[in-house]
Design a protein around this ligand. Sequence first.
Ligand SMILES: NC(=O)c1ccc[n+]([C@@H]2O[C@H](COP(=O)([O-])OP(=O)(O)OC[C@H]3O[C@@H](n4cnc5c(N)ncnc54)[C@H](OP(=O)(O)O)[C@@H]3O)[C@@H](O)[C@H]2O)c1
Length: 242
Amino acid sequence: MSTLQGKRILVTGAGSGIGRAAARMFAERGAELVLVGRRLDTLNQTLPKAVCVALDHSDDEAVAAFAMQCPELDGMFLNAGQFLNGSVESSPISTFDQMMAANLRGPWLMCHHLGARLKDGASVVFTGSNIGLRAIPDSAAYSVSKAGVHMLTKVLALEWAPRKIRCNTIALGPIHTAMVDARLKSSKDSKRDLARLSKVNPLKRLGLEVEVAALAAHLLSDESAWTTGCVIPVDGGADSVY
Ligand SMILES: NC(=O)c1ccc[n+]([C@@H]2O[C@H](COP(=O)([O-])OP(=O)(O)OC[C@H]3O[C@@H](n4cnc5c(N)ncnc54)[C@H](OP(=O)(O)O)[C@@H]3O)[C@@H](O)[C@H]2O)c1
């Protein structure tokens, strides 16, 4: 089990789903947490004793102001994001703008402003997506935004290597969180679509939040000290076979 003893780690999207599970796991493994999301109440529910900061990570001024008072960090799990479906032709430009803001501009700004708050030797983990690696219908803006996160990881791995700061992305397949529930809301038969989503990978099931959290903990720990610039599919094997 990767220890995070003595490390101060910031988690975005920590008020729900994968971010909440990860924040709780990191705390159990000894980390001090800084939790970020837009809603203070849900962040407080994740870990009442953690430092909780309500901000929209795509708001340049808000992130800059936060960075001024953020303590030094040993790691960041930049996990917050949103999903909207639609093809290139069917999506209004507002969908593209929202996906780019929530999924790419947000982590970009967090790195831009908080880079100076990272200790040398720190680790940054992003949440990407397996549909940022392989194309599927009807998720165009989301997929393009996550593909951008994958490249951001590689660019930063290069830029921050002199400071021994590592950057990696976990490219997830479907995990049953609020995001998947919202995605299924518009479905005519959500049970059937959920079952279909479970079968698109060789292991024939959805992933669990803790399975993502455990890999994030490893990547944030010193155990993974030689791992950087990687985009790691965690998707039940879907990326290997499609
Ligand atoms: N679940 C899946 O199947 C799946 C698959 C591939 C990738 N992912 C990725 O996994 C990550 C976590 O998603 P999840 O499944 O755990 O869904 P979730 O429960 O909806 O979590 C998303 C989190 O992001 C936060 N957030 C959204 N927009 C934000 C913004 N502008 N500024 C700050 N925080 C923001 C939300 O908190 P507030 O609303 O309080 O701000 C929420 O806590 C996302 O990046 C998602 O794209 C999920």
